[in-house]
Design a protein around this ligand. Structure first.
Ligand SMILES: [Zn+2]
Length: 99
């Protein structure tokens, strides 16, 4: 039996955070988007939460949840967050009842 090295499978928020990844979010309704760091999601959902965060993000502009989630790979030697729209997307605060 040859020993095969298992590739690192990134499937949780904690692994995304450790790897320097970010979320690249895109609101289908506004056709706008931006990068969002993993950190607040880890704080809210926990490191073991699957990287599927559908339903946990909302558009900061229209408040819609029709948001496409993509994973932004870390950029070598550069800070990943340079867009002015980084605060465009926000965590959906589901703990607060909508009024
Ligand atoms: Zn929107």
């Amino acid at each position: 039996m040859s020993e095969m090295k298992k590739p690192v499978i990134i499937d949780t928020l904690g692994k995304l955070l450790d790897g320097g990844y970010a979320f690249n979010l895109w609101c289908v309704d506004c056709t706008r988007g931006g990068l969002l760091p993993i950190d607040p999601f880890v704080k809210k959902l926990g490191r073991d939460h699957p990287m599927d965060i559908d339903g946990h993000v909302k558009c900061g502009r229209c408040g819609g949840k029709n948001v496409e989630v993509r994973i932004q790979a870390p950029q070598a030697g550069d800070r990943p967050f340079q867009t002015n729209e980084r605060r465009f997307m926000s965590l959906s605060d589901s703990s607060r009842p909508a009024s």
